[in-house]
Every structure is written in C-alpha cells, then in structure tokens.
Design a protein around this ligand. Structure first.
Ligand code: M6R
Length: 612
C-alpha cells in the first residue's frame, strides 16, 4: 500500500515531503522518491530503493530547493522493488505518483508503445505519466490532460501529478484508493492518509471516488472526473493524535486490518474475475492450458495461518479442479525426501514470502522438478523470486503480527486458482463457475456486514469468557481449518490455551476437556457437514460446555441448542470460510484487548520468521 504526500506552499517542500512519508511508513514500502519544482525552474526527481534514509541521504547530498513537490513510498504491485520501478515516474514534462492498481495496464501499455512511448519501468504508474503526456502534447493543459487520461483508466488509484510547464499546482485524483487534502495558510497538501498531514494542518477535505482536484497555494478546487462539474467537499477538523491517525482511529493495527478485509478481497479480486465468461484471468498463474490438464498432484506448502489457508485450498482444488492435493507443513516437508517431481504443482503460500521453512521446502520441490507457484503478499520477496510464477495477494501490508487480512486474501487466490484449473480441466462447468465467480464478487459487502454486524456481540462474549483457561474450536470439512485458525489467533495474541479440532475427532479424546468452564466455539454453517456437526455440538452441550455457534442466519436449531449464536449470511459452501473466520478473529482480538496484552506485537512472535 503506497504512500503519497504533496505540498504546494511557501515552505521548502523536501523536508515536508520526507516527514509526511515517514508518517506513512506504517503502510509498508520498499522504495521511495520525490519530485520537486526547483527554484531554478526545473522539475527534478530523486528515487531510492529501501528505507527513507536512503532517499534522505541523496537529498542531503544534492538538495532540491523548491516549495512545490510530491513524494511517494512504493509497496510493489507491478514490477519488483527497484529504483527504475520507484515513483515518481516521468514522461516528458509530466511526473506522476500513484497508489493502487490500473487494471487495463496491459492494453494501455500496448497502445502507448504503438504511439511511440519509451516505457522504462514495469509499473502501471509510468503508463499514466505517458498517457497524460500524450494529452498535453495534444494541446491540453495539465488539469484537462489528467482528466482525459483518467477517463481511459480502469482500476483503483490515487494519483498526484506535476507538470514542468505549470509549476504552481498539483493535480490529484482518486478512485477506490485513499487520498485526503489538507488546507493550510498559503499552502495546500495532499496525502494518502491523515497522519502525513497532521503536523501541518488539521483542516482536511476527504475526496470521494471519482473526484479530482487542483491544489494551489490558495486553495483546492474539486471537480468530478467524468463530468468536469465543480463540487464542494466539506472541510473537516481532525483532532486525532498522530498515533491514532496511523491506525485510522482503531485501537490496534490488528483491529484495523480485520476491518480492512473487504477492501483486501476487493483488491485481490480486481482484474482477475472474468465475469463475462464465468472464469478467472490466469496469466499470473504461469501455466498453459496443457500444463493445467497435465497436473498429477498439487502440494500446498505453508506455515501457521498460511497453512490453514492451504488446508482450505485443498478442499477447493479437490472439489473444483478434481486434483489430488496434499497439504504440508513446510517444516515437515523438508528432510522427509518427499516423492515429488515433474507433473506435480507445488503452491507455496506465504504472507511475507520470506518464511524460511516455506522457502526451503519450495526450493527442494523445485530441485526435484516440480513447478512452483507462489501465493504471497509481498512483491519481489524470496518465495516469489524462487518460484516459476507468482500469484500475488493484494491485501496491502499487514502490520499486526497476527495475520488476518492476508489469510482472507490467500483464500481468494486459492479459490481463483481452483476455478482457473477447473475450467481448463473440464471439471467445472459454466454454471458452477458462474456461481463461484459471482459469489466471490459479492463477498466484500458480505464480509463488511459480518464484521460490523457481529463485533459488538463478539466483544460481549469475549468479555464474558476472557478468563477461560481453555477454549475449543470445532468444525468439519471447510470449517475445520477455520477452527484451527480461530484457535491459533486466540493463542497468539491472548496467550489463552486454545485447540482447534475436527468436530468428528472430539469424541476420540478432547471431549474429556469439556466442562462448564470451557467455551466451545462451533462452526456450523449450513453445508454438507451440518447435520454431523450438530450432533457433535449436542455432545459438547451434554458435558455442560458453553457453546457458541457460528451459524447461518435463521438457523433455528443453532438458536435452540447453543448458549449464543453469531450469524453469518447464507452463501455458497465454498465461500463460508471467508465469513466464519471473521468473528473468530474478532473474538481473539477482544479477549486479548480485555486482557491487556500487546495485540500487535505479541510476546515471542515475529511477523516474518526467517529462522528454521
Ligand atoms: O509469512 P507467512 O505467511 O509465511 O508466515 C507464516 C506464519 O509464520 C504466520 O502465518 C504466523 O503463523 C502468523 N503469526 C499467524 O497469525
């Protein structure tokens, strides 16, 4: 998730831009850059890979005196982290920074190259710079050129644009990516998020999707991109502290990231669902149709939460693509000399893309001749670099150590992979594919409703059971990995002993743990396993367990048989994990918060595990 900062005023721009970018560091980044209209009448760009201190060192060595500029921290989405891919991007007199994903970048690149554009980077952003440049060459001023260019773009973006020919202004626009404007005395600012602007002004204007604005020293004038019509956006006074602002007003990053899941899924699905043909655009999967048909077996390798996503993925791959699938803990796969080779597809699932066990396991599989596909959230990280292809999740950087939004995004990629394979192998017909694709498209709204609609009830339950010594999570089929994930989340951040169990296994041992002091959280959506799960629930009730059901809306048996029910909407069976996991994440969060543990940085844990 990139960060944008802009300033037009009378103070020096460079320190303001660097300070603003520093305040956006929590969003994650791999390179940074600034563009400044210098006092000498030039428009200069400086970019550096890595931390902001690298950019700062360059600016210290060769200062850029000037009062108008834009800055950017890049979290790679198209093209690896490198100086050439870092923002700002330049085309003739035009300089652009961008946050988001331009969906029609392939067609746009081809069109621009046909017109003679020399494109230096792998990014979608540079294409925007060239497109605006062509419009300027056609005789438009900066504002009109940006407007005309934006009308040709599909996708999510927040952009800020400078032109060497109009040094007194910044043109910005927004569609589905955040951008806020700041109004000062004789200065105007823009930023991806409030914290970037807080030291300079508390008077903010929030753009709406489809808005663009021209920022000058005097003011910010907002218009609609499509009609050009002028609109008024109310000025708001922000009295948050900087720390509150980084977390968008949430108490912890984890809670913010739980709430960001609808957006994470939207971004991950964007440009990949082919709703017209009931299919998935699979070019990132790196397999030909013939390769897809020839796969003998899939191995899913992962650790921790990613392993639970992989377990869910096995159901998808077996049910939808009908491919025998093995899920392996990456740390157990190695050293066992697994029987694997050409004809096998290995999918390495990792949020960070750097987990050493997953990396080493994928390397071993590759050495044995298997094709390796990475599902990772960090572009250019070690596992995608090693893999034959990378199918990235676009959840944005995850700051909380406990993975939440990346888990949901991994589920989305595993389901899309299964749909793509199923279509090519003839195991998924058009109707079945259409149901899944349409169901996926509806998910963000349903996820938002579940998070908002259940959080108070979940918080009340967490308060009631916060001192429980043990908690059991039960589920069958697709709900089994989610039960494991619910238990892992609770252990990680609240330090409460929790176990996830296949509901059918309970009577083979763990039932001995149940008594009136043990909350038992039963995942019981209306699916093919429902009746059997109901029997297991009754076994728990008979031992006086405190049963909380995560059930489909309107499930009367759940209401009758459990102490408390958290409802999720009825969705296709394959989509239930996306919804059932949400109350479990919230439950872990609230228990930890009531206990006062360090939610975002739990003891003994690291976000990226690079030791074996
Ligand atoms: O970056 P990865 O997805 O490869 O990380 C794997 C695990 O270390 C990770 O999922 C860990 O279990 C998280 N803390 C879970 O919340």
């Amino acid at each position: 998730m990139c960060g944008i900062v802009g300033h037009v005023g009378s103070e020096q721009a460079a320190p303001i831009l660097l300070d603003g970018l520093r305040r956006l560091e929590y969003r994650g980044y791999d390179s940074a850059g600034v563009a400044i209209h210098t006092d000498g009448g030039e428009l200069k760009v400086v970019r550096a890979v890595g931390k902001l201190r690298n950019l700062e060192a360059q600016l210290n060595a060769s200062p850029l005196p000037g009062t108008v500029g834009i800055g950017h921290t890049r979290w790679a989405t198209h093209g690896r982290p490198s100086e050439v891919n870092a923002h700002p991007h330049v085309a003739g007199p035009i300089v652009v920074v961008h946050n988001g994903i331009i969906e029609n970048h392939l067609a746009l690149r081809a069109r621009l190259e046909e017109r003679g554009a020399k494109i230096a980077s792998d990014t979608d952003t540079e294409l925007v710079a060239h497109l605006v440049h062509f419009k300027v060459k056609d005789g438009l001023d900066l504002e009109s050129a940006v407007r005309a260019a934006l009308r040709e773009l599909h996708g999510a973006y927040a952009i800020a644009v400078l032109s060497k020919n109009e040094p007194d202004r910044i043109v910005v626009a927004k569609s589905s990516s955040p951008l806020v404007l700041g109004l000062g005395d004789g200065a105007t600012y823009c930023g991806s998020d409030i914290p970037a602007l807080l030291p300079y002004t508390r008077r903010m204007v929030f753009l709406e999707d489809g808005d663009m604005a021209v920022l000058t020293r005097e003011d910010a004038s907002v218009t609609r991109i499509d009609t050009g019509e002028k609109v008024e956006r109310a000025e708001k006074h922000i009295d948050w502290s900087s720390v509150m602002a980084e977390k968008a007003g949430f108490k912890h990053f984890m809670l913010k990231e739980i709430h960001e899941q609808p957006r994470a899924i939207e971004d991950t699905l964007r440009g990949r669902l082919d709703r017209e043909n009931a299919d998935v655009h699979g070019h990132e999967i790196g397999l030909s149709d013939a390769d897809a048909k020839a796969i003998q077996r899939v191995y899913l390798l992962a650790c921790g939460t990613s392993h639970h996503a992989a377990m869910t993925g096995r159901y998808y791959l077996e049910q939808i693509a009908k491919i025998p699938t093995t899920v392996e803990l990456a740390s157990e796969f190695r050293g066992r000399d697994p029987i694997i080779g050409p004809g096998d597809l290995v999918v390495a699932v990792s949020q960070s893309g750097e987990t050493i066990d997953t990396l080493m396991a994928a390397r071993e599989a590759k050495e044995k001749g298997a094709k390796v596909l990475a599902i990772a959230n960090v572009i250019g990280s070690a596992i995608p670099r090693l893999a034959d292809a990378a199918f990235y999740t676009h959840a944005g950087p995850e700051i909380g150590v406990a993975s939440t939004k990346c888990f949901s995004a991994q589920l989305a990629n595993l389901l899309m992979l299964s749909i793509w394979l199923g279509r090519r192998r003839g195991t998924l017909d058009t109707n079945g594919a259409r149901e899944l694709v349409e169901g996926l498209a509806k998910l963000p709204v349903q996820m938002r409703d579940v998070v908002i609609g259940t959080r108070q009830l979940v918080a009340n339950l967490a308060k009631r059971y916060r001192d429980a010594r043990d908690v059991l999570f039960l589920g069958r089929g697709l709900s089994f990995p989610i039960a494991l994930e619910g238990a892992l989340k609770l252990k990680e951040i609240s330090y409460v002993h929790a176990e996830g169990y296949a509901a059918g296994e309970m009577k083979h041992g763990p039932i001995a743990l149940i008594d009136s002091a043990v909350p038992v959280i039963v995942l019981m959506p209306k699916d093919r396993w429902y009746d059997k799960t109901l029997s297991n629930l009754q076994e728990a009730m008979a031992r006086e367990g405190q049963v909380i059901g995560i059930a489909t809306e309107g499930d009367e048996a759940a209401q009758r048989l459990t102490q408390d029910v958290i409802e999720i909407p009825a969705v296709l069976e394959a989509l239930t994990p996306f919804l059932t996991v949400l109350p479990l994440q919230l439950y872990a969060y609230y228990v930890a918060d009531f206990k006062g543990t360090d939610v975002d940085q739990p003891r003994n844990l690291a976000k990226t595990v690079t030791v074996e």
